[in-house]
Structures are given as C-alpha cells and as structure tokens.
Design a protein around this ligand. Sequence first.
Ligand code: NAD
Length: 479
Amino acid sequence: MTIEHKVHVTFPGRLIFIGFGSIGQGVLPLILRHIGGLSCDRITIVTADELGLACAQEYGITHLVQPLTRENFRQVLEPLVGRGDFVLNLSVDVSSIALIKYCWERGALYLDTCLEPWPGGYTDPSVSPSRRTNYALREEALALRKLKDKDKTPKPTAVVTHGANPGLVQHLVKQALLNLAVDLKVDAGDPKTREEWAALAKSVGVKVIHIAERDTQMPSLPKRMNEFVNTWSVEGFISEGCQPAELGWGSHERNFPRDGRKHDFGPGCAIYLMQPGAATRVRTWTPRAGYFHGFLITHGEAMSIADYYTIRDGDQLVYRPTVHYAYHPCDSAVMSLHEFAGRNYRLQDSKRILMNEIESGGIDELGVLLAGHKNNAYWYGSQLSIDEARTLAPHNNATSLQVTVSVLSGMIWAIENPALGVVEPDEMDFRRNLEICMPYLGPVVGEYTDWNPLHDRSRFFVEDIDTSDPWQFKNVRVV
Ligand code: NAD
C-alpha cells in the first residue's frame, strides 16, 4: 500500500538526534517525508556507538560517535544546539531532565519517548525503590514546570514520553472513550480539559485500562543461547523490566497487594510492587491473540493516565482507573527474558534487534483495553503487520513503526505549539496526533470481549480471588 506523503509542517531550524538505534533510524525517513524544509545537512546524530552509521551515510547525515555523559554533554551539544533547533532524544542512559534544562537554556524544542536517568539511575542500590520508579522520574519532569512559573518566561516545548506507549496510547484512550460513550449511549459532549475527560471516563464506568500488547513477529534465525533478542531496544527493555512493577491505582480497588508500596511524595496516583516488572505477570486480552499473560512492565503512561483521569472532592478520591502495561513481547524476547532472569538479571553477552530477518506474517497488536463498564471490556488499537510496515516505511519493523510515527506526530505538534514547556501526551491534541499516525498503524480496530480475568478460573489453582468484582487487580495479577 502506498500512502500520501503529506508535508504537515515546515521547520527552519536544525535537528539533533541523540541516539540512533532502532527508533532513530526508523523515524528519520518519516521526518524527511512529513516535515518540510529540513535538509539532511541540517541534521546531526550524536550516539554512543556505530549503530545506524550505514543508515546515516545513506542519507548523507553527520554521525558523531560521542557518548554523552553528565560531564561532557554541554560541551558536545554546544555547537549543535541553538535557538529554534530541535533536540530529539532517542537514546538510553542520557538524562532527559538534564537535556530539557539544557534545551531551555539554548531555546530549543525537545522530545523523548521515555524519561531516562543517567546510567545507574534505575538500579543504584543506595537509592530507595520508590525513587527508582517512573513515578519519581515523572515527578522530577513535572517539577521543571515550576522553573517556568518562577521567571515567567514561556519555555520551549519539551514533549516527554511520546512514543507508542507511552505516547500514542494516551491518544487511543481518548478515542476509545468517545467510541464507548456512543455505544453506551452516554452523552460525551466535547471534552477538552483534564476534568472533562476524567468525568467522561467516570460516566462510561471504566475501572481498568490495560495497555495490552501482543507482538507475534518471528525471526528466520532463532534466538541463540546467551543472546537477548527483541524487536526494539534491548537495553531499554532490560532497564524498564528491572525497575519495580508500577501501576496507576484505581478507586475501585479493594485489595492492596501484600508487596505493594505507596509513595510518600507526589499525587499518589500510582503504587509499585517490590518485584521487577520482568517477574510480574498479568492477565489481559487483545482481539487477535485472545487472552494471554503479559508482563507488567513499568511505563510512564501507567502514572500519567491514572493521574489525568483522577477526580477528587477536596482530599477525597472520587474516581481513578487502574492503569498498567500488559506486554507479551515477541516469543524470542520472552525466551531472552527467561534466560536473563535465570542469570540473576545479568545481561547476555550478545543482543540483537530484529529487523530484516523478521519472517512474514507477524503483527504487533498494540492497544488499550478499557474494562469494567456495562459492556465489560473494549480494546482499541493498531494491528500492524511486519509485511504492511515494510511497505509503509524503510528501516522499520511493526513495533518500531508504531513508535516512530508517534515520535513524528509529537514533533509536528511541538513545532506547531512551540512555547508550552513540559508537556505529557495526555495534554496534547489527540486528534492532531491520531490524524498524523493513522496512515502508518495498519488496521485500527475497536472490539468488545466478554473475557474477564476470572475466565476459566478453575484452571488457576488459586483460592485468593475476589469474585465480587472480576476487575480487581488481585484477579488480574498472575500469582
Ligand atoms: P537502541 O538500543 O536501538 O538505541 C539506543 C541508542 O542510544 C543508540 O544509538 C546508542 O548509541 C545511544 N546511546 C546510548 N548511550 C548513549 C549516550 N551516553 N550518549 C548518546 N547516545 C547514547 O534503542 P531504541 O530501540 O532506538 O530506543 C530508543 C529509546 O526509545 C529508548 O529509551 C527506549 O526505551 C525508547 N522507546 C520508547 C518506546 C515508546 O513506545 N515510548 C518504544 C521503543 C523505545
């Protein structure tokens, strides 16, 4: 299928990629197609290794191997970043907070797909588990808004966590809520503010939001021993998989997990479990895969969606959905994770991001499952296949394309809205983002299911369930 290569916006500044792995390489052709006025001689790539060098050379783009550190990042970026430029942070191990502050000093726009700390930030044993969560990283990013308030000058837009999830899924939640409202005959009105969206989620009766993803892409060359295989960053996946599992904690929950912990700072919208996400499984459902067990890997959207859709009356919590990721990565990644955990969470000696060797037929089914309402559960999302992804854009697989098109839409939105400071996906115009993303997402479908986490429960051998409400997290969690 060919799609129209519409130029959505023109950008007169320079573009600096920090990191040029699977997502950087995948987004480059989309940027050149859809953002006008950006010639390759105004793009520079700064990375830690030679990954993507061939791709950069194909486009004639400067590729600097210069790992950024706490000590050197200002000096490296100084000649590359100025007023009106755009810093696209698609790296691991480079602090998002440090880069945002730097972009504000220089007058540059910023976007990342994940809030990253400097190396060790996720695993430093001298830091409490609570401070190693995405909840804590998000609080640090949101606290940057106070800088704006102090000196009263509007800061350049810094879009945080705008990939597929987090990112695209926040926009899918809004469309799914509107679809549900139509089917449940609830008057949705035209929600614009956070309060109006939260009121809509409450009135359609959503108790639970899973970011439910099943990746079925398969390599022609199977995973070998002592190798970690994935369809996107191995380092990125390992880091988030080793963080404590985190979830937005809903107002309908009656059973606090025995290993659950609350934070003693911030809005209190989420909790964490005293075990890594890579060892925490949850029951979920997607239309093509049916029901399955996914990993509850921590992700920024679990916190930001839960916070965005919170309703309070004074100090009293009135409404909040439980929100978390439920991820079944490709089967090779599941085997890799199993081997990794068995090595006591020590990374294998080799790693591979699947791209050209992916066999025909696999899909990445990524969407949002809104559950606990009168129609039980509704999934809305993308069923992009590897075959369609290959026809849509070079240097992508199905997983990366869902991420890269969302990076593109976030960049376009930032260029169109250049002075808003720190912005989360929930706060952006979901229609504008979806309009840009849709042509690259393959079939985007909404489907209902009568499945719930207590389905076929005689098979669990578990006595400790709550039959009064299937959508209690206690029932969702696989113990
Ligand atoms: P990758 O592992 O393929 O590439 C990582 C890149 O970071 C490499 O180019 C590497 O050289 C660079 N890098 C590492 N250390 C660096 C340093 N100190 N200075 C400069 N560059 C450095 O990763 P990827 O799959 O392209 O993912 C990139 C980022 O996007 C990761 O943070 C990942 O977690 C995130 N991501 C988010 C989503 C989402 O949906 N939100 C999806 C996929 C990936």
